[in-house]
Write a protein that binds this ligand. Sequence first.
Ligand SMILES: C[S@@+](CC[C@H](N)C(=O)[O-])C[C@H]1O[C@@H](n2cnc3c(N)ncnc32)[C@H](O)[C@@H]1O
Length: 466
Amino acid sequence: MSMQQPSVRMSTGPRPAVPRGIVGTWTNEDLHLYLDRCQVDTPDRLVQATWNHILERRDKVGSVVDFGAGDGRFAHHGRYESYVGYEIDKDRSRNAKLPANAKLVHRCAFSRDVTDASVCIGNPPFVRNQDLPLGWRTEVASKLHKRAGISISGLANAWQYFFLLSIVSAAEDGLVALVIPYEWVSRPSAALLRDFIHAQGWEVDVYRLVDAAFDSVLTTASITIVDKAAKTGTWRYFEENSDGSYRPLNSASGSSLGYLPYESGRKVCNETPRAIRGLSPGTQKVFTLTEAERCRFGLRIEEDVVPCVTSLRGVGASGEILDEVTFNRLFRQEGRRCWLIRADREPSRQLSDYLQSVPESDYQTVTCLQRDSWWKFKMPSVPEILIATSFKGGAPKFALNRIRARAVGGVAGIHHLSPSQESAFSYAIAELDIRDRIVAHANGLRKIEINQLNALLTGIVASAEQ
Ligand SMILES: C[S@@+](CC[C@H](N)C(=O)[O-])C[C@H]1O[C@@H](n2cnc3c(N)ncnc32)[C@H](O)[C@@H]1O
């Protein structure tokens, strides 16, 4: 899932004010955006499958806790003594139909210290770290640090906080059963969580689900089981077949070589080859324009906007040279978003007019709202190579960036390449087949993480120099 955002179902009616007792510092606006992003319903078959995995491991279940319970759907299909679901959004639980031994409480999941749950179950909210208010992240991370002794990565998405909360809330012989993105098994931002679980020696089973599990979430989901009672230290991985059965995998990625290693681009000095993720300006709809939009607002190339690439889908072959001719043909004439507004200088009258014409509702994202001026993002530098981070074939598609476009969104940039390094990288990527070494993303897509690109890059550059 960068992991992708679930499609956001904006509610239309008036929303309640910030609920009392919610942990973190919230404005009404932040909270409503957050709650809208939380609106993902777990299909019934997944709730049932989660319970099946629990009941394979437990004959008797005492207390069940669900942090972020929605309408309490995980109260169904199980056998237990009691179920308590924490839910902050009253709208979500209004029509809940629960068994007699189950209840929902309108409280923040982080407002009480549960320590003795037999099972912590659920599907925690999937909200990207950049869409979580800083105050919330800091306060929740510090609460969890006190209880678990580890710090959640600043890059973690919301579900990681809920995952750790479930782990510390389960009794010493308890069990955690959550629907969370499969990529937690490999993401650097979840490394501390993995290390923590490894260090305790708890048994872990991760079931990678078929891509259609959620319509609206563009990431491969898993049912993850952490069994605190079974201290074998074993981690097992399974992949769901289309009939709902599972087949075991050799490793997290399914390849006997394991997944591609990671290397932080921050470690290297500024002038060495380095992959940098595409700009996330807050909303592409506002900051990246098509040729028609640029002309309509009279925005001048270079003065007001510069070329950018938000997707390489329209580029035929990998390795294509993106010069003025191909850029005009594949991007400008095709009506793709290919102009990034310049936020690094005082806007001209035309650009000011454009910014003023943007309806307020179009920039209600945490990223925009956290800035002094909602539109003033840091301008990214120009990479030598543009490379898609999601791919279907053997390796990501890339283009040689002669037009000097900025990389935006799911397109990353490879920077500081000499001409010989550039051709070594191009040849190597064209030959590469890494599809089995990357954790599946969604819809048959693989998603290479930026630090996996950095590890690849370092390997290629080093072998070219030998
Ligand atoms: C992905 S939804 C899952 C809902 C339901 N359990 C399901 O599986 O369909 C996550 C839920 O967590 C709730 N939530 C988010 N933050 C919360 C918090 N701090 N405390 C309690 N509930 C929260 C959201 O309102 C949302 O209903």
